[in-house]
Every structure is written in C-alpha cells, then in structure tokens.
Design a protein around this ligand. Structure first.
Ligand code: SF4
Ligand code: SF4
Length: 206
C-alpha cells in the first residue's frame, strides 16, 4: 500500500464526496420532479416497499410450503426423507396413521425451524412426492417476538399452498404467521413448545 492508502484519509474523503454528491443530486431532482421539472432525468431510488415490490424470478427460493392433494389434505406421507437430507436438522416430523386407507402415514406434526434453516433446498430435492416446495415467493421472516414465531407449523405450511392456488404468486406476500393462522386451522392444537428442533431430535433418538 502507498503512504496515502495507509492513512485512509483521502479514501474516506473520496467516499464522503460520492455520498454527498448523490444526496445533493437526489434532493435536487426529487424536488424538481415535485414541481414537474426535469422529469426526463431519473433520480436514484430504491424499491418503494411496501407500495412497490420486486418481481421475483420463477426460480426464486422462498419460504417452504407443503403441497396439497385435490381434497386439500396434505400430500406428505411422513417418509422422513426431507428431515434426513436436511443439513441443518431443522425439520421435525411426527408420523401418524393416515385416515386415507390408500396412504400409510401422514405427518401429525411437521415443523421447520427457520432460525436454523439455510434455505438450501435439499428437502425439496429429497422429497419423492413433490410434497414440499419453496416456490412461495415469500422471504424468510426476520422478525418475531420469541423463538416460537420462527418455527413454521404444518398448518401454516399448508396454508401457503392454498393461498398460492387461490391468489397467485403475490398472494402469500402478506404472509401469515403461526399466531395469525386462519380460523380453519385453529382447531390444530398449539404444539409449539420451547424445545428446539435439535432437542426434539435428541428426545426422539433421531
Ligand atoms: S432448505 Fe435446507 S436447511 Fe432448510 S429445511 Fe430444507 S434442507 Fe433443511
Ligand atoms: S415432505 Fe416429502 S420427503 Fe418430507 S416427509 Fe413428506 S413426503 Fe417425505
């Protein structure tokens, strides 16, 4: 490094000059646009969320959903392949005997701990039934009040599929949380406890 690079001050001043140039330019242009002037010159702007939203590409890997059969039952057969493939060990499944005589098992409980999930998509690739997908166009949530808010339950994962079918790809933008789960899922017991997915795996010996 040269002497001037080592003392950083010229680079700091150069950075400040660039920032101030864009600040002043945008201030002038946005003000001019308010008065109908300089409309042909665009000011720099970011996406004006939430009024304006990015259009995600079709292969965008968003939050998970559990796909549904035609009768709206969950397609998952609780084979555990996704949980086995998951490198973050963040899928927890409890299998039960399916009420459908043609299906052996179904997930009584299916949860994804999104605080551990790395959104790699291996669960989707591992599933032999196309029962789990990540095509919701929903960003993983990065807010919540406690750990439970980040553990996505079966009912929520199923609901995303229903919303996607009914409202299209933007339908899930106003995504539901476990706590705001729609009424027709309200009969599902509150199965979330304070255990982490790892705790549960350890308890069940997996
Ligand atoms: S996306 Fe990856 S880390 Fe997340 S649940 Fe699926 S397999 Fe696990
Ligand atoms: S989502 Fe797919 S891989 Fe995972 S348990 Fe259900 S059927 Fe098996």
């Amino acid at each position: 490094m040269t002497f001037w690079e080592k003392i950083y001050i010229p680079e700091i001043l150069r950075g400040l000059a660039i920032t101030n140039y864009h600040f002043a330019r945008n201030l002038v242009l946005h003000t001019a646009h308010l008065f109908g002037l300089k409309k042909d010159v665009n000011a720099t702007s970011t996406t004006q969320y939430p009024e304006e939203r990015k259009h995600y590409p079709d292969n965008f890997r968003g939050s998970h959903r559990l796909t549904l059969r035609e009768d709206s039952s969950v397609r998952c057969t609780a084979c555990f392949l996704c949980a086995t493939a998951c490198p973050a060990q963040c899928i927890y499944i409890e299998a039960g005997e399916s009420p459908d005589p043609h299906v052996e098992k179904f997930p009584v409980r299916y949860e994804i701990d999104t605080l551990r999930c790395i959104y790699c998509g291996l669960c989707v690739e591992a599933c032999p039934c196309d029962a789990i997908r990540m095509d919701t166009y929903v960003h993983p949530r990065i807010w919540g009040f406690d750990r439970k808010d980040f553990v996505e339950q079966k009912e929520l994962l199923m609901h995303r599929s229903r919303v996607l079918a009914e409202k299209g790809r933007d339908g899930n933008m106003n995504t539901y949380t476990n706590r705001e789960a729609p009424k027709h899922y309200a009969e599902a017991p509150d199965r979330i406890d304070d255990l982490t997915t790892i705790d549960r795996h350890a308890r069940s010996g997996k």
